[in-house]
Write a protein that binds this ligand. Structure first.
Ligand code: ADP
Ligand code: MG
Length: 716
């Protein structure tokens, strides 16, 4: 697998692989897996082709027309002959344009033949075409290996301009012919392979590229998924174990925490109690805590984090809490100061943000650097060199998905392996957590504190129920008249301009443009029902100053209504907001809608969420929105949503790490394999922590580890 490709392929081809796909070794090449396979007779649906796409299509030749050079004299004599071959997917057609096509090609590209065609889509006379495509006729493929291709599937590869799927297929075919796939070193422990009935690694790879039957392809797929799952889980378990080798400061709890608990105006929920105990135990260990706490908005994560801070403060340790926005950071700060009560004098909490005056910030930074302040709340400003700590014991990261791994590390590096607590209000289903956060301990706050007024959710069919839709606006007006506030949320900022933070559902109805803030605001200003209501837009297209100003005005009651995009999703706490209207609600992912509605009814008044939809009644999109109206359990919603979301959305930022290298394994649908591979990896590491008896797996894991962990794995 390590051998360079020049032992197998011609120099120019080797160069192209390196240049276009960074493929240099046999292993790189064989892991360049086909995106799909065409069976002879399968045709690509042309309706999805777009100009400038680099595509490989399977199609049938419908007509061939050559304009002979004799008929084409130009000012400088003979022009090249031009052949236009029209290919068809059965419904639509596409022109292939060739100049001076040699006779042998003309003989192959005949009406009725089918094959693969690769090129860049362009448009000519309003018709889509491929100029000088690479091609391959299915009959050709057959002639060499009539037998094995009898039921043959033709692989189509992710390609780049300059290196077509066809060229890749040929190169892989050649390499597979020249090597002995049974010599490819096995990654899986024998026990796992036989228990799970998986193909040997080399066989699985070869069969994934060139399967002879559908059954063989299925077996190869499962076998490769297992290799990916096992490698990833072994890596994650190794990282988690490695973390246990790092020395950190033990932080036993003491009277600070008990005094805090005594003055709490409420009882902790069972979940807060349970998670609190787990954190308390983590902080007593001599290696850093690495825990993710998932809990919906309002589930009481801040108290849990604050209790951890008090435990750390007992031994003089400092805790820092990082929030993604200024508004959120100052809300946390205020709420922490309030909850601390008298304890605030001893712990001297400070706020550090980019919007403070230089003087304020210097003062806060000094309190942090001197150790006087044991609780520091802030935004990205905390990353700055100007912020340092005397004894950083705990890093708390709120809305952890808003920060990259590097940013978290930058903050952690300001202490000596401090404990880390990550908070998220977006529940992640278990298998996803196991993959994306497999190196962390994960806890959940599922029960909500009692005494919270509920949010009611209703679906409004915009087209089918015009009267209901009309009521939406008067409902807003009524609440505003009572002194309450409202949100109207749209998926887009302006016509056709989607908000970046919108996690749109996959299924995109195309009948109408989606609701946008600009147009919606214009329309609303003309409605007599909304006369006199003070409204303003809030979108990601505004400068952060403008956003902050608008948010502050709203929180201060100077505005009644925000017409916003999903930028309001994170953490905004306006207890006086009671109504949320979501336009084209079916366009959003369910978890995001759930997050959004958590913005209203945070105070004593309860909340109302109206999901306005133009989805056809009974359609899948309509069902999803209806499902949301029927439950408020974020974990249930996350599971429901998972099936509908794209892999990348689910994994978010974490995708940039180990997980992005997954090729066959689907975090969204391969739960079973992931769970079993996790167990197998834990079992394996338990018996052989340094993987001394699993050379191939050890080396593959080592490639992924960070330098420190790699050194530790060596030192055995
Ligand atoms: P989160 O950060 O998870 O959104 P918070 O920690 O901000 O939630 O808590 C939301 C509100 O609920 C806060 O006002 C907090 O004081 C209150 N709260 C937290 N835990 C409890 C509890 N056990 N009983 C009653 N109220 C609680
Ligand atoms: Mg919070």
């Amino acid at each position: 697998m390590e051998r360079p490709l020049d032992a197998f392929l011609a120099e120019p081809t080797v160069k192209k692989f390196k240049k276009h796909l960074s493929i240099e070794t046999v292993g790189d090449l064989l892991w360049h897996l086909p995106r799909r396979h065409y069976r002879r007779g399968d045709l690509t649906d042309f309706s999805e082709l777009a100009v400038e796409d680099f595509v490989t299509v399977a199609a049938r030749i419908a007509s061939v027309q050559t304009i002979d050079p004799q008929q084409r004299y130009g000012p400088r004599g003979r022009k090249p002959s031009r052949t236009v071959i029209t290919i068809s997917d059965g419904a639509r057609s596409l022109d292939l344009v060739f100049f001076n096509m040699p006779q042998w090609q003309r003989e192959k590209l005949r009406v009725g033949e089918s094959g693969l065609f690769s090129g860049t889509v362009s448009s000519f006379n309003k018709k889509l075409q491929l100029a000088h495509p690479e091609w391959e006729v299915f009959d050709d493929l057959d002639s060499s290996k009539q037998e094995s291709w009898a039921e043959g599937l033709v692989p189509v590869y992710p390609a780049k301009k300059g290196l077509t799927s066809i060229a890749i297929r040929k190169a892989i075919g050649k390499v597979l012919e020249l090597i002995d796939v049974d010599q490819i070193p096995e990654l899986l422990p024998d026990a796992v392979r036989s228990e799970e009935g998986l193909l040997p690694f080399g066989r699985a790879l070869a069969a994934y590229h060139v399967p002879t039957t559908e059954e063989e392809f299925a077996a190869a797929t499962t076998s490769l998924k297992w290799r990916e799952a096992m490698l990833l889980q072994t890596y994650l378990v190794t990282m988690r174990e490695f973390n246990k080798q790092i020395a950190s400061t033990m932080r036993p709890a003491g009277e600070l925490l008990s005094r805090f608990d005594r003055q709490l105006p409420f009882e902790l929920t069972d979940d807060q109690q349970r998670v609190g105990e787990a954190i308390g135990a983590d902080l007593l260990r001599a290696h850093p805590m690495n825990r993710l706490v998932q809990g919906e908005v309002g589930s009481g994560k801040t108290v849990v984090a604050l209790r951890a801070m008090l435990q750390v403060a007992q031994s003089g340790g400092q805790s820092v809490m990082l929030a993604p926005t200024e508004v959120l950071a100052s809300q946390h700060f205020t709420s922490i100061v309030n909850q601390l009560g008298k304890l605030a004098q001893e712990l001297h909490p400070v706020l550090i943000t980019g919007q403070q005056t230089a003087g304020e910030r210097r003062k806060a930074a000094l309190a942090a650097a001197s150790g006087q302040s044991r609780i520091i709340v802030g935004t990205h400003a905390l990353f700055s060199d100007k912020t340092s700590f005397a004894d950083l014991g705990l890093v708390v990261i709120d809305e952890q998905h808003r920060f990259g791994v590097r940013q978290r590390e930058a903050l952690r590096s300001k202490g000596i392996s401090p404990h880390t607590l990550l908070l998220t209000a977006t529940p992640i289903p278990r298998t996803v957590a196991m993959t994306a956060f497999g190196d962390l301990d994960v806890s959940e706050l599922r029960t909500m504190p009692a005494g919270r007024a509920a949010i009611e959710t209703f679906v409004v069919q915009q087209d089918q129920q015009p009267a209901h839709f009309h009521r939406v606006w008067s409902r807003i007006a009524e609440d505003v008249a009572r002194g309450r506030q409202a949100f109207v949320v749209c998926p887009a900022i302006a016509p056709g301009e989607v908000e970046k933070s919108s996690q749109l559902a996959d299924e995109q109805p195309t009948r109408f443009a989606m609701a946008d803030v600009e147009t919606t605001l214009l329309n609303m200003r003309t409605l007599s029902a909304l006369d006199g209501i003070r409204m303003a837009p809030l979108t990601g297209a505004m400068s952060s100053d403008d956003k902050e100003r608008t948010m502050r005005a709203y929180a201060g009651g100077e505005l009644d209504l925000l017409v916003a995009t999903t930028v309001i999703e994170v953490g905004v706490n306006v207890p006086n907001a009671t109504v949320m209207v979501v336009m084209d609600a079916e366009r959003f992912g369910l978890s995001q809608l759930h997050q959004l509605r958590g913005r209203v009814g945070r105070g004593e008044h309860g909340g109302l969420c109206l999901l306005v939809t133009r989805a056809a009644p009974g359609s899948a999109a309509d069902d999803r929105v209806t499902a949301l109206a029927q439950t408020t359990d974020g974990f249930e919603i996350a599971e429901f949503d998972l099936a509908q979301r794209r892999e990348g959305d689910v994994l978010g930022q974490r995708q940039s790490g180990a997980v992005s290298s997954l090729r066959v394994l689907q975090v969204t649908s391969d739960r079973d394999i992931i769970v079993r591979a996790r167990k197998a990896a834990e079992h394996l590491i338990e018996r052989d922590p340094r993987l001394q008896h699993h050379d191939v797996l050890r080396n593959s894991v080592k490639d992924r580890l960070d330098p420190d962990a790699r050194a530790a794995l060596h030192a055995s």
